[in-house]
Design a protein around this ligand. Structure first.
Ligand SMILES: *[C@@H]1O[C@H](CO)[C@@H](O)[C@H](O)[C@H]1NC(C)=O
Ligand SMILES: *[C@@H]1O[C@H](CO)[C@@H](O)[C@H](O)[C@H]1NC(C)=O
Ligand SMILES: *[C@@H]1O[C@H](CO)[C@@H](O)[C@H](O)[C@H]1NC(C)=O
Length: 362
């Protein structure tokens, strides 16, 4: 019997590569089939399914490897930088006609990307500039879930892959409006010498609100349970800020490559009343990685006076006046606000009325 211990392995050995590959394939198949049942059901609440997660990871990986910081290989003489406008909506884009006027005559200086509810078909006014734009492969989003983080990252990744000339990435929603002309915004971001923009992009700052010491911060930190965010995110490093930001290209790349914090932020909240992952993920990550590269303020004005249920003030048609535009522009920071939210759909006519005379007159 001395050979006994060797008997079994030798019998398996000749075919072992095949056996191993077969077992590997079989276990992968079983995980795929039963994984959702075996693994703790992490995303009961509108969350990120494993399939969506895998698809997103592949997209983010593609964006991080295809994106080059140099444009020399493009063979474009005198390239001009572009702003990527990332529209995040789950309804229509009611202000498309206003954005049309904003973009008009600025061809080749911007790109538009739209993330929408995949089950909805967007409708646009005839001949709208937004109509022919890039509606990216989208997935459903919901409040109080990490889906809004994923949607923003999908927009960033698609914009990074689509056009290497995109140097700034402005996230806006369907209820956002511009407060200035395109020209004003473009030259505020890139300066007057746009040829320099590529060489100086490592100095481009991101316009993202980053706040500590907010009264609700502890509740929001504990929304997934006590100490759940540790060790990756100590409370002292947890931040809050507006969901809407304008990121530089280098920060956009950092954000889509990020994995560590996401593992925590993708967990469902136990306390959904304090669950606003998209207002924490980006400010917390960027404040940990490159606080000096961020301005810590947002370019998107929002009115939180008398807010109800986490919703800011919704401007109605009767409130739209030149005076409102002037007052929304006012900022305590370097630049006046570029965008504002939230506006109800019925504001469109009044906004168009004052567009050329007020909004696009800087
Ligand atoms: C661009 O030039 C204008 C005047 O032509 C000046 O007022 C403005 O400050 C300049 N902007 C930047 C960012 O350099
Ligand atoms: C902000 O909203 C409040 C109502 O909630 C309104 O009274 C106030 O005028 C708004 N402020 C601005 C600057 O529009
Ligand atoms: C600017 O700062 C003052 C004083 O802190 C504050 O009352 C005001 O609301 C701020 N304005 C804006 C537009 O943030």
């Amino acid at each position: 019997m001395p050979n006994k211990p060797f008997f079994l392995p030798t019998m398996l050995l000749p075919s072992s590569p095949f056996v191993y590959s077969f077992l590997l394939l079989l276990s992968l198949f079983l995980i795929f089939l039963f994984g959702p049942q075996i693994l703790p059901a992490k995303s009961q609440h509108p969350g990120i399914s494993t399939a969506d997660e895998i698809e997103d990871l592949a997209l983010f990986h593609r964006a991080s490897v295809t994106t080059s910081n140099t444009i020399s290989h493009l063979g474009i003489t005198n390239p001009r930088p572009k702003i990527a406008f990332l529209f995040l909506t789950n309804t229509d884009l009611p202000f498309a006609p206003l954005w049309d006027r904003f973009f008009n005559n600025n061809q080749n200086l911007y790109n538009i990307y739209i993330h929408t509810d995949p089950l909805r078909k967007l409708s646009f006014p005839t001949n709208s500039l937004l109509k022919s734009r890039f509606v990216i492969p989208s997935k459903p989003t919901a409040r109080a879930s990490p889906t809004l983080i994923s949607a923003a990252r999908r927009l960033l990744a698609n914009a990074l892959i689509d056009d290497p000339l995109n140097l700034y990435f402005a996230l806006v929603s369907q209820s956002c409006i511009p407060l200035h002309s395109f020209h004003y915004i473009y030259h505020s971001l890139f300066g007057n010498s746009t040829l320099n923009a590529f060489a100086t992009q490592h100095k481009h700052k991101s316009y993202i609100e980053i706040l500590a010491n907010e009264p609700t911060l502890q509740d929001r930190y504990d929304a997934r349970g006590h100490n759940v965010m540790l060790p990756e995110i100590p409370f002292e490093e947890f931040r809050v800020g507006s969901q809407f930001f304008t990121l530089s290209k280098r920060h956009a790349l950092m954000v889509i490559k990020e994995r560590k914090l996401w593992r925590k932020f993708r967990l469902p909240c136990i306390n959904t009343d304090s669950c606003y992952p998209e207002e924490h993920y980006f400010p917390t990550f960027l404040s940990m990685k490159d606080p000096r590269g961020c301005t810590h303020y947002t370019l998107t004005r929002v009115n939180w006076t008398d807010s109800v249920g986490g919703h800011p003030h919704l401007y109605g048609a009767l409130e739209v006046t030149p005076r409102l535009v002037y007052s929304l522009r006012q900022s305590n920071s370097t630049y006046s606000h570029f965008f504002a939210r939230k506006f109800s759909q019925d504001c469109l006519e009044s906004l168009l009325e004052i567009a050329d005379r007020v909004i696009f007159k800087d």
